[in-house]
Design a binder for this molecule. Structure first.
Ligand SMILES: [Zn+2]
Ligand SMILES: [Zn+2]
Length: 222
């Protein structure tokens, strides 16, 4: 078989099956290593390749080493300017409640909630609490240890593109991500906007990813 011709659907299926070997976490402090990628799952979101739950976001700590748990904590307990995931989620909540919400105007991605480093006002400050509650009640995650930063960044991009390209795994009609400001999120069904149109994994990448998952399993199942 030609290595280069494995379909995104076959790769997506393998990614989901491999990740299903790993425990699901609800608390960042329980992750037994400090360098790796994380994969979020969301209540109500399953798909053909992820019948128990499809991956809804792949994340990384691309510019620093040793910060996997810190990064996850910023999503769970931080604020929208420290976490693009929180910015996406909060924006989607506001938009789902009111398409013309003043904290989102003058347009998608441009209002003070969705703009990087813009400050919250007293109307949207409570959204931080709602986003934190959403993480506690609707999200779980898995982690794969990848110590080498170059390899970690490479796999982040490959995994996001592979999952985004699968034509079978689509978001459900009521997915809150459909209210996010980035049309890339609606299109790929992931809370990711970077790397979604990049190169997908080949068979060698999948083989290496399987190794990384199995090594992570040894640490996580202790
Ligand atoms: Zn506001
Ligand atoms: Zn799929």
């Amino acid at each position: 078989m030609d290595m280069a011709t494995e379909s995104a659907e076959s790769i997506c299926s393998k990614i989901h099956s491999l990740l299903d070997l790993l425990p699901l976490f609800t608390d960042p402090s329980l992750v037994p290593f400090i360098d790796g990628l994380y994969f979020f799952y969301e209540k109500g979101e399953s798909s053909f390749h992820g019948p128990e739950g499809r991956v809804v976001r792949v994340g990384n700590h691309p510019r620093s080493d040793g910060n996997l748990i810190g990064r996850l904590r910023q999503h769970y307990f931080g604020n929208k300017n420290a976490s693009v995931f929180r910015k996406f989620l909060g924006g989607a909540l506001l938009r789902a409640a009111n398409q013309n919400h003043p904290c989102l105007s003058p347009g998608p991605g441009l209002g003070h909630w969705e703009k990087q480093d813009a400050r919250t006002c007293e109307r949207c400050q409570p959204v931080e609490v709602q986003v934190s509650a959403l993480f506690q009640s609707r999200f779980k995650f898995r982690c794969v240890e990848i110590v080498d930063r170059h390899e970690r960044n490479k796999f982040e991009a490959l995994l996001i593109a592979s999952l985004a390209t699968c034509s079978v795994c689509r978001p459900t009609a009521h997915w809150i991500g459909l209210s996010a400001y980035s049309s890339k999120i609606h299109k790929c069904g992931l809370w990711n906007s970077q790397h979604v149109n990049g190169m997908i994994m080949n068979s060698n990448d999948i083989q290496r990813f399987a190794e990384l998952v199995k090594n992570s399993y040894k640490k996580e199942s202790l």
